[in-house]
Design a protein around this ligand. Structure first.
Ligand SMILES: Cc1cc2nc3c(=O)[nH]c(=O)nc-3n(C[C@H](O)[C@H](O)[C@H](O)COP(=O)(O)OP(=O)(O)OC[C@H]3O[C@@H](n4cnc5c(N)ncnc54)[C@H](O)[C@@H]3O)c2cc1C
Length: 206
């Protein structure tokens, strides 16, 4: 059973549709900032689920302007990665759901929102998780244990609420942010030998 959602729908607006139609298993999407079309390239996910697990197929415009439907398997999803071609545009997605009650769906959406409120920084300038979790580790734990959680460069620092979230106090330059990411990566490498990899795509120059 699949739900078709247009790429321009905001993820948090999906919640109402899930509740009204009793469509479970897609609640995690509602808490990810952004639009449905943005879920595919990074295989966005949270709370133990990801886009790969719920996507049946996508309606896309390919590099030649042709509209086609492509099965999820063709995107070779990995952890926060995919082989989604850079010149394709997502037009809509077919998402697999399981029937659930309104109450169950509302409860999951509420719990997820509550978790974010209590465990992640709110109303700050951040791009979300800064580094991917290396296999077998949690990025935040490696950062904390290395002492890199207290690093600060200019207006950029790791959030005291969740040290894998880099936050800009409003005065940080792009250089501050990239320098801090580099400093955190080096500190973690020196402490644990683990290489942190950015979850954030950097555009432009420092
Ligand atoms: C506070 C915070 C918390 C976050 N938590 C999470 C989380 O828990 N899990 C997670 O995975 N991410 C998380 N993120 C990151 C972000 O929300 C996700 O990556 C989200 O999917 C981005 O959606 P977007 O619509 O903003 O896409 P964008 O950031 O604009 O784009 C993301 C990528 O998708 C491509 N893209 C966007 N739309 C389309 C389209 N229609 N067709 C083709 N390509 C497209 C872009 O070119 C880009 O490469 C978080 C971010 C913040 C700020």
């Amino acid at each position: 059973d699949c739900l078709y959602v247009g790429a321009g729908m905001q993820n948090n607006a999906l919640g109402k549709i899930l509740v009204e139609n009793e469509l479970g298993g897609l609640e995690f999407i509602c808490s990810i900032p952004g639009c449905v079309g943005g879920l595919l390239r990074t295989n966005a996910g949270c709370f133990g689920a990801d886009t790969a697990a719920v996507l049946q197929k996508a309606r896309v415009m390919d590099g030649n302007g042709k509209i086609i439907e492509v099965p999820a398997a063709e995107f070779a999803f990995g952890y926060r990665s995919s082989a989604f071609p850079s010149d394709w545009i997502v037009l809509g997605v077919y998402l697999k759901y399981q029937k659930a009650s309104k109450e169950q769906i509302e409860a999951v959406i509420r719990q997820n929102a509550e978790y974010r409120k209590t465990h992640q920084p709110q109303n700050v300038r951040t791009a979300g998780s800064t580094f991917k979790n290396p296999e077998g580790y949690k990025a935040w734990q490696l950062i904390k244990e290395s002492g890199a959680d207290v690093l600060q460069i200019g207006g950029a620092r790791m959030s005291p609420h969740h040290c894998n979230f880099l936050v800009n106090d409003g005065t940080a330059t792009a250089k501050d942010i990239e320098d801090l990411m580099e400093a955190v990566t080096k500190t973690v490498k020196a402490h644990s030998g683990v290489d942190l990899v950015s979850e954030i795509k950097i555009v432009g120059n420092r």
